[in-house]
Write a protein that binds this ligand. Sequence first.
Ligand code: ADP
Length: 402
Amino acid sequence: MEKVMTINSGSSTVKFKLYEMPEEEVICSGNCERIGEKEGIFTIKWGTNKESYPCNFPTHNEAAHKVIDTLLEKGFIKDFNEIKAIGHRIVQGGKYFSESVLFDKETEDLIESLIPLAPLHNAAHLTCYRAFKEVLPNTPAIAVFDTAYHQTMAEEDYLFAIPYELSEKYSIRRYGAHGTSHQYLNQEAKKYLEGVEHPKIISCHIGSGASITATKDYKVVATSMGLTPLGGIMMGTRTGDMDPSVFNYLVSVTGQSAEEVYQMLNKKSGLLGVSGISNDSRDVLEAAENGNPRAITTINLFNRRIADYIGQYFVRLGGCDLIIWSAGIGENEPRTRASVSKLLEESLGVKIDEEANNKLHGQEGVISTDDSKIKVVVIPTDEEVMIARDSYRIAHEIKDKK
Ligand code: ADP
């Protein structure tokens, strides 16, 4: 049994989880919030216990120290060396990374070179990596990329129709995101596909951020998010795909700067922007059920975009053996699963078992009827355990080589 820690960092947050591997048992988890603000919050959970209290985190360094000190204080580790690997989630791996790798100087430099593609995320990941490196200098760090799983796409699936030289010069293409989640879902899906020779899967990670991925033989052929997570289906606060001229038109009619409009498309659009109510689908669904016309339009738009992508990927794959629902909405919201499935019934023969669907809130299970042309399942995603698995495996490979 060995301990592996996973880190998911943002510009003002660090989420951590400590695992016992290879059992994949969670020892504890928690987060440091509001890093860089006047007063931060530290939370740690283990078993059924939870502690949460104010704590100052001027930088990620204090957060890293706080995490490790707490693990020692609470006896989850006896000394630093007990942590055999530390896996960092990295949002943007560009064209360089098609799998998880050791976080060495070369990896660090490449992640740094990708900062322009993911300014908030990659910069924060590096700051956090360096902070933990200071606290745990001898523990191998592993970089696990959100984009890596999508690297198997063909050029016609990842290229945008802008002048080719610009795509080449500035590395502009569809990179996708949520790759770790889609990979996990594909691995977990194997048990539903026994006997299927070349499995075709459409996985729907529908949370606050949302993306859909099509895989053939468990390799990605298409994914909905684009150069950044702004592309694809409609999300909590993001637009998803739209005619790019909307951007230019908004700049000219509102007098806002390009950056302000870009922020609006990322943070004030989607469920929030169309409904004017909330970015949380529960609030919008409730308003729609109470007859609010804008909420009804919002929900219809949201569902339609998901169905459109599933239809597109059905054609791209030449069929589909399994549709997977996952993430906040996908795992917990039978109404969204039922409404989207209804939109797929006539053309794709998808049929949902209402009782099975209504029962599932955050659990795994089949929700299609026996005579549905495509099997539909709910699988709760677990990006952290994928990070822990890769970190454990790579740390062992390094040890074995020595
Ligand atoms: P992200 O990881 O992208 O922040 P999540 O996957 O956690 O997002 O999804 C968050 C969204 O999922 C919420 O905004 C809400 O719309 C929906 N959601 C979360 N929990 C539930 C629930 N218990 N029932 C219904 N919807 C939920």
